[in-house]
Design a binder for this molecule. Structure first.
Ligand code: NAD
Ligand code: MG
Length: 390
């Protein structure tokens, strides 16, 4: 029996994780769950899974959750440090990091510091704090298991002896597949008219709003290149991207002898999360089985780096190193939020991200405190830049 803590449990990755846990009550005990503003959902999840702790970060929502759970065995926490304590709790075996954005960075580092097994969905934290996360994991022995479908695919292909953070042996390079999002075929001149509703309607994956927009701009693939760099210790030129609209092959490892190992499956996050939660053991889930005959064709195309500026920006930030990925990541969070709020156009997301990368100097990553100060600065500057152009 493994005890599990899930940060960002009220989101899409939270749903998929809890769907698997629900099917295997003999193997998992939910110890802690966190949410941000969705008090109603957190209350419902607490009633079903009876965790020892829940954390709700929004102040107003805290009162609602506290009141609703006052007669239960679940303790309700909020405030600075509550998430860190939740994941570092000595009773927790597995931490599923499913918060969206840089808001997940502290709890990811807290889980790694406590030497936990970290099932990582929150890619933004490793993009921004890659050097800190990997160094700390080496010191504490924390095991990081990627849940992002591409990285989980590569992790599966590398085999059970592979140690995360080390350059895999006899591997020439890796290929991340990208669905291309809803607009990979849309002419660039039509990008100005794309609405938030169109951008979040992903053709293959059902995900939260922020990652759906990132998939539409291909920033998601850019963040994933940086994520792969840290997890698999590979340089920019060894991480290829190919557009594969059907999202059946989730990524590939290209060995020196010409063998290519790929992991396939229907596009459903329950598959990589099952692999992560199972820790080497296969767990059944509710995802559909792959039927290649009814699937028909699998296609592959070169990604257009000019049209999808964010993909190029991510490569540039990775090559620049130091704080550049953290700057890009924070700027992107602000510009995506501004797009979703109807303040900027779809094609301006990349434009603002590029401007901020240009303005802010790159230095080496010192500490979590350094990254948090930088994050606040980048947010403030990106917001100001957007406001000044409106
Ligand atoms: P989501 O928007 O559905 O859920 C986000 C979760 O984070 C919610 O529980 C929310 O309450 C919490 N949250 C948001 N802001 C917060 C804050 N400031 N403080 C604390 N908690 C906060 O997002 P998602 O699609 O589940 O994605 C979660 C993460 O997983 C992202 O980093 C995303 O890139 C990654 N991921 C998602 C998918 C997917 O299929 N959804 C696939 C691969 C990777
Ligand atoms: Mg992915």
């Amino acid at each position: 029996m493994k005890t599990v803590a899930i940060t960002g449990a009220t989101g899409s990755i939270g749903d998929s994780s809890l769907a698997i846990i629900r099917k295997h009550p003999d193997q998992f005990k939910v110890h802690a769950l966190s949410g941000h503003q969705n008090s109603e959902k957190l209350i419902r999840l607490a009633a079903e899974f009876k965790p020892k702790n829940v954390v709700i970060s929004d102040k107003a929502a805290y009162q609602t959750v506290k009141k609703a759970l006052s007669n239960s065995t679940t303790q309700v926490h909020a405030g600075a440090g509550a998430l860190d304590a939740m994941v570092a709790d000595k009773e927790v075996d597995l931490v599923v990091a499913a918060i969206v954005g840089n808001a997940g960075m502290d709890s990811v580092l807290a889980a790694v510091k406590a030497g936990k097994t970290l099932l990582l969905a929150n890619k933004e934290s490793i993009v921004a704090a890659g050097p800190l996360v990997m160094q700390l994991a080496q010191q504490t022995g924390a095991k990081i298991v990627p849940l992002d479908s591409e990285h989980n695919a590569i992790y599966q292909c590398l085999g059970s002896d592979y140690l995360i953070g080390t350059r895999p042996e006899h591997v020439r390079n890796i290929t991340l597949t990208a669905s291309g999002g809803p607009f990979w075929n849309t002419p660039e001149m039509d990008f100005v008219d794309i609405t938030p509703a169109q951008a979040v309607a992903h053709p293959k994956w059902d995900m939260g709003a922020k990652i759906s927009v990132d998939s539409a701009t291909l920033m998601n693939k850019g963040l994933e290149i940086i994520e792969a760099h840290w997890l698999f210790n590979m340089p920019n030129q060894d991480i290829q991207v190919v557009v594969h609209p059907q999202s059946i092959i989730h990524s590939m490892v290209n060995y020196e002898d010409g063998s290519v190992l790929a992991q396939m499956g229907c596009p459903d996050m329950q598959i990589p999360i099952s692999h992560g939660l199972g820790l080497g053991q296969r767990l059944s889930n509710d995802a559909d089985f792959l039927d290649l005959v009814s699937q028909g064709e699998l296609n592959f195309y070169q990604a257009d780096m000019r049209k999808f500026q964010c993909l190029q920006l991510a490569r540039d930030a990775m090559v620049a190193g130091g704080t550049a990925p953290a700057v890009l990541n924070a700027a992107n969070e602000v510009s995506v939020a501004a797009f979703l709020a109807g303040q900027i156009r779809f094609d301006q997301i990349g434009h603002y991200n590029a401007k901020i990368l240009d303005i802010i100097d790159v230095v080496s990553v010192e500490s979590l405190a350094h990254l948090k100060a930088l994050d606040a600065e980048v947010r403030q500057q990106t917001t100001a830049l957007i406001q000044s152009n409106r």
